[in-house]
Design a protein. Structure first.
Length: 173
């Protein structure tokens, strides 16, 4: 700490004693739900509790880059990803700017209403082929929203899953 004089000494000493605790959100499991006629769905209570524990109030909604689903990012997770992407991309490179622009422009800020519902805008429903039946899938620090049919199509058979894990988890020598 720099020099602190008079009454500010107490604040300077206090500030140096603050310990910052990093809160890691972990969304796990999958839960089926329905949207209403307006495109609203209740965010599952287990996921709402994780958000509340992390002090998050706002979410960022984006179509997944690779899969036919939507992704909900807690605002702090979204900001970390944007910062990490910005560090890797050069502002003075035309292609990098195009990638960054597309990544950040195709998002929607989402807040839950008093009942714990979120609105999935119609254009996002179309992008992810979402109708009334949906599935929320916890993906660690994000939540995916799938149309129920598409969610089932994306899963591997138990044998395929076991083989993939066996191949991926081989210890390095």
């Amino acid at each position: 700490m720099g020099k602190c004089g008079g009454m500010w000494r107490i604040l300077c000493n206090f500030a140096s004693d603050i310990i910052y605790k990093e809160v890691r959100m972990r969304f796990l499991g999958n839960i089926e739900a329905k949207t209403d006629a307006k495109g609203r769905a209740f965010l599952p209570a287990t996921f709402r509790k994780v958000l509340q524990a992390g002090g998050e109030e706002r979410l960022i909604l984006r179509k997944d880059i690779f899969q036919p689903c939507l992704v909900l990012y807690p605002e702090s997770v979204w900001n970390e990803q944007m910062d990490a992407m910005r560090q890797r991309l050069n502002r003075w490179n035309k292609q990098h700017q195009r990638v960054f622009r597309q990544f950040v422009s195709e998002v929607e800020l989402v807040t839950l209403d008093g009942n714990g519902r979120l609105l999935i805008p119609k254009r996002y429903q179309r992008m992810a082929d979402i109708e009334q039946d949906i599935k929320f899938v916890g993906m660690g620090d994000t939540i995916e929203i799938w149309g129920i049919q598409k969610a089932e199509e994306q899963l591997m058979s138990p044998e395929e899953f076991g083989n993939a894990l066996e191949e991926l988890m081989v210890p390095e020598e």
